[in-house]
Design a binder for this molecule. Structure first.
Ligand code: HEM
Ligand code: HEM
Length: 203
């Protein structure tokens, strides 16, 4: 095991130890929020607040884990010549906009910071050093790519986090939230499968 191997383990370990357990609690709390709204069971008023707070932790955990994975991919494949300041800037943009997204209240600002954060991840991921199975949507490799399902999952979580007040207030957004998060749960399972496959592929 070299230092790079240990660094490579940081991303899966963070996801397994922190993200997936919090996802479990988020899903359970989401079911309780629904039971409370439909009057099926009596739940404390804090349940919806706790569900949204756990969801925000999941989003933050996934974005940080993705940033760590990209740093690993870059180090494992050699730093790009002359591009280090640009990559640092992109990393800072992703991290900074995530922190800003969790703080701001106005809808336009929330939308801007979520989009900027996602754009930062996409720009970092589009570097040639980041390993992607395929970039062609007409090939099977694209649909089984850990990278593409990972950035889609990050985007969906960022959207959900940005739309927290709207999900609470508007039935249209609540239905959209439920539909998108069914996809999020499938993608989380896909990431576990393709991520374990990629661990086998590591040199
Ligand atoms: C892991 C996937 C998730 C699942 C399965 C899930 C599921 C649910 C469910 C079942 C509801 C209740 C809908 C209803 O009343 O019919 C809900 C509400 C809500 N969810 Fe999620 N959710 C997830 C992730 C998130 C995330 C990441 C956030 C944001 C950070 C979030 C924010 C909210 C908000 C704000 C509400 C409305 C709570 C209220 O009524 O005040 N959820 N979710
Ligand atoms: C929330 C779930 C996850 C997301 C969003 C995610 C996302 C990503 C992204 C964007 C990359 C960088 C692109 C790449 O190199 O493929 C990556 C790399 C990687 N991920 Fe994940 N991942 C998740 C879960 C996992 C899990 C559960 C494992 C293993 C058990 C795993 C193992 C790996 C490995 C080994 C790499 C490096 C691949 C390489 O460069 O050779 N990931 N992940």
């Amino acid at each position: 095991m070299t230092v790079i191997h240990w660094l490579g383990l940081l991303h899966p370990v963070l996801v397994i130890l922190f993200v997936y357990p919090v996802v479990g609690a988020t899903i359970r709390l989401g079911i309780l929020v629904r039971e409370k709204r439909l009057g099926i069971t009596r739940q404390p008023d804090l349940v919806p607040v706790e569900h949204a707070a756990h969801g925000a932790w999941v989003t933050a955990g996934v974005v940080v884990a993705v940033l760590i994975a990209m740093v690993f991919s870059l180090l494992a494949n050699g730093w790009p010549s002359g591009g280090v300041p640009r990559l640092l800037l992109l990393g800072l943009v992703s991290g900074g906009t995530l922190v800003a997204l969790l703080q701001v209240r106005r809808a336009a600002l929330r939308a801007c910071f979520a989009l900027l954060c996602w754009a930062g991840l996409l720009a970092l991921g589009s570097q040639p050093e980041i390993w992607r199975l395929s970039d062609n949507p007409f090939s099977a490799g694209f649909w089984s790519s850990h990278y593409w399902s990972g950035v889609l999952l990050s985007g969906l979580l960022l959207f959900t986090t940005a739309a927290r007040p709207e999900i609470t207030r508007q039935p249209r957004f609540r239905r959209l939230h439920l539909t998108l998060n069914l996809l999020v749960m499938v993608l989380l399972a896909v990431q576990a499968i393709t991520g374990t496959r990629d661990l086998l592929r590591m040199p």
